[in-house]
Design a protein around this ligand. Structure first.
Ligand code: FAD
Length: 289
């Protein structure tokens, strides 16, 4: 199923993210976790590509399992920064063969020692989006950054490039995680003024591990509201309390987003079925679509 049809059918969608194994030997463990998440019947599941050391070869396979084995539409991530046109065409064929109809088209982070000025087939996500559009047959999503992408000089500049990206033929956007909903509302307002008029899914991260979070935040440039910083400080050395508090905080964010008319909630579930289940259960009426 193409995700572009989903927002015509549903008021609010709930989707979960999975990532492929880092090592081949982790495949069975990851598969088990992903299948448990799929059994919660989210509206769709996204599968990352090479992020955080994940093995890109498994993205199509995990997407196929989610879709064919559990009837949950899959969104496969694909990055282009270290790739060639031929390799991208191979990946697209591979995804098509696996029955995947939706792609989140990304530039990806620069690998160590990367020279951004060297000639490349793909420089920005927009180049990949054009390539996929030309290839045909896929519903295409892209990433956006409520607080601005970490490399951008300003939020305004980032928004101009986002509009260029959208105009290449994007069907929907998913945001980077944020912990202050007012950052999203401000972004939605500015995006609308820029003429960006397509479904924007709010990316929510239930924080279950404070140390891991500190590293992710420093890489992404996401800001922490004082209220959330106090929670991290208070519970960072008590894993069970941190997990509970992180899920409650994410649930409160989602209630507020839905109350304010946001139509898509995408949860960075980090391959944790228990977190996905608790969050979904605590929102069963709020997300009753
Ligand atoms: P782009 O849209 O190309 O933007 C990158 C930067 O270039 C921005 O600062 C933008 O303002 C700027 N820019 C764009 N066009 C131009 C232009 N014409 N001239 C000058 N500057 C320009 N990474 C992975 O490796 N695997 C994943 O699976 C993955 N999934 C993600 C999912 C989501 C929802 C998000 C938000 C991020 C994900 N990432 C993933 C991380 C992503 O790859 C990085 O954030 C990366 O640095 C930027 O990717 P992008 O597609 O947003 O890039």
């Amino acid at each position: 199923m193409k995700l572009s049809n989903l927002w015509q059918e549903k008021n609010v969608t709930l989707s979960f993210e999975a990532f492929p194994p880092k090592r081949d030997s982790d495949f069975d463990y990851v598969r088990f976790a992903v299948e448990q998440i799929a059994e919660l019947k989210p509206d769709f599941m996204s599968v990352t590509y090479g992020a955080g050391g994940g093995t890109s070869a498994y993205t199509a396979e995990i997407a196929r399992i989610v879709q064919a084995g559990h009837g949950v539409p899959a969104l496969a991530h694909l990055t282009c920064v270290s790739s060639t046109r031929d390799r991208i065409h191979q990946e697209l064929k591979h995804l098509q063969d696996a029955g995947v109809e939706n792609i989140l088209a990304l530039r990806g982070d620069y690998p160590d020692g990367y020279d951004p000025t060297a000639p490349r087939d793909f420089r920005y996500a927009a180049d990949l989006i054009r390539e996929i559009r030309e290839y045909g047959g896929f519903c295409i999503g892209a990433a956006c950054y409520p607080e601005g992408h970490v490399e951008s000089h300003s939020q305004e500049e980032d928004l101009i490039h986002l509009k260029e990206k959208v105009d290449c033929g994007v069907d929907f956007l998913t945001t980077q995680m944020f912990f202050d909903n007012s950052a999203l509302y401000s972004f939605l307002f500015r995006a609308q003024r820029m003429g960006i008029d397509l479904p924007i899914l709010a990316g929510i991260m239930p924080v279950t591990n404070a140390t891991q979070m500190t590293r992710i935040l420093s890489l992404s440039g996401t800001t922490l509201p004082t209220r959330f910083r106090m929670i991290l400080d208070k519970f960072r050395d008590r894993p069970d309390a941190m997990k509970q508090a992180g899920i409650v905080y994410a649930a409160e964010q989602i209630v507020d987003l839905v109350a304010n008319g946001v139509r898509g909630i995408h949860v960075y579930t980090m391959n944790k079925p228990d977190v996905a289940a608790k969050l979904r259960d605590s929102l069963s009426q709020v997300l009753d679509r």
